[in-house]
Design a protein around this ligand. Structure first.
Ligand code: NVA
Length: 294
């Protein structure tokens, strides 16, 4: 077996590895903007396994592979039926014979872990119920572009402490940001996530705080971030969640408590009128489209 490096969670990286990844992203983006990238992935194919819908992840990976001279293959949810038609290890073993890398969007994080375990090729987590590390990278790059630095930044995440929040907490912590999670009781960071993010923050000069009051969460924040109240796979809880989360909506009144020039982020898709108002999503403070672009 040759060695390979999977990308399943930002918490698997060291602070230096993460900083280097971002530096590479800045370089590749610059190269692309000034006329095109070096074909560093020439003749490489990425197999993209989706068990859930996707706009950004699917299109950005496909275009990214193209920019770098390679090719991406979209495999729809119906095609493989991961774990139903065929076991996860068998899918990993077979795909490894065809493609140079696998990106997978799954329900249970254990599935992407199993893919990585049984695949001979690197596996990238394109969202699981636990983390969304590629989103985390795009988020950090966007904060870097807007604020000039991530270290010392106060990043307030308001809403459901979900997969996106986990990645943001890990990434922010690794780079020495002050991450504040404002989530209702019962929807805060999982204990193991909070513990790990706190340790990473402590080691890198940042901090992690969890509060249940959205107003105190955003107070003085540089970044105000939210995501849907009901993630893919939680649809059965949607009605209950719709009762709990309205006080956590990012609206003009809440934004007034953040820094005057605070940036607004959302990984999208946005449910306008629920976790974020039109007024805020379309305001000059909104970084949503640049964030999606990254
Ligand atoms: N938390 C959301 C993110 C979508 C990109 C979900 O998992 O559905």
């Amino acid at each position: 077996m040759h060695t390979k490096q999977d990308f399943l969670s930002l918490s698997d990286l060291t602070a230096i590895e993460l900083a280097n990844l971002l530096a590479l992203a800045v370089e590749l983006k610059q190269e692309w903007k000034s006329g095109g990238n070096q074909p560093v992935l020439k003749n490489k194919t990425l197999g993209m396994v989706f068990t859930k819908p996707s706009l950004r992840t699917r299109v950005s990976f496909e275009m990214g592979m193209r920019h770098l001279g390679g090719h991406a293959m979209y495999i729809s949810p119906d095609e493989i039926q991961l774990g139903k038609r065929e076991s996860v290890p068998d899918v990993a073993r077979v795909l490894s014979r065809y493609v140079d890398g696998i990106m997978a969007r799954v329900f249970a994080h254990a599935d992407v872990v199993a893919l990585a375990q049984y695949a001979r090729v690197p596996v990238i987590n394109g969202l699981s119920d636990y983390t969304h590390p590629c989103q985390g990278l795009a988020d950090l790059l966007t904060i870097l572009e807007y604020r000039g630095a991530i270290k010392g930044c106060t990043i307030a995440y308001v809403g459901d402490a979900n997969n996106v929040a986990n990645s943001l907490a890990f990434g922010g912590a690794l780079l020495g940001a002050h991450v504040v999670i404002g989530a209702p009781e019962g929807y805060q960071l999982r204990e193991d996530v909070a513990k790990r993010a706190t340790a990473l923050a402590a080691a890198n000069g940042g901090s992690l705080v969890q509060v249940t009051d959205p107003r105190s969460a955003v107070e003085g924040a540089d970044v105000v971030y939210t995501d849907v109240w009901t993630s893919m796979g939680q649809e059965a809880e949607a009605a209950q969640r719709a009762k709990v989360f309205p006080p956590f909506q990012i609206n003009v009144a809440l934004m007034a408590l953040a820094k005057k020039d605070a940036m607004v982020m959302h990984c999208l898709p946005a449910h306008r009128g629920y976790e974020i108002t039109d007024e805020v999503a379309d305001s000059p403070q909104s970084a949503l489209w640049d964030q999606a672009g990254n």
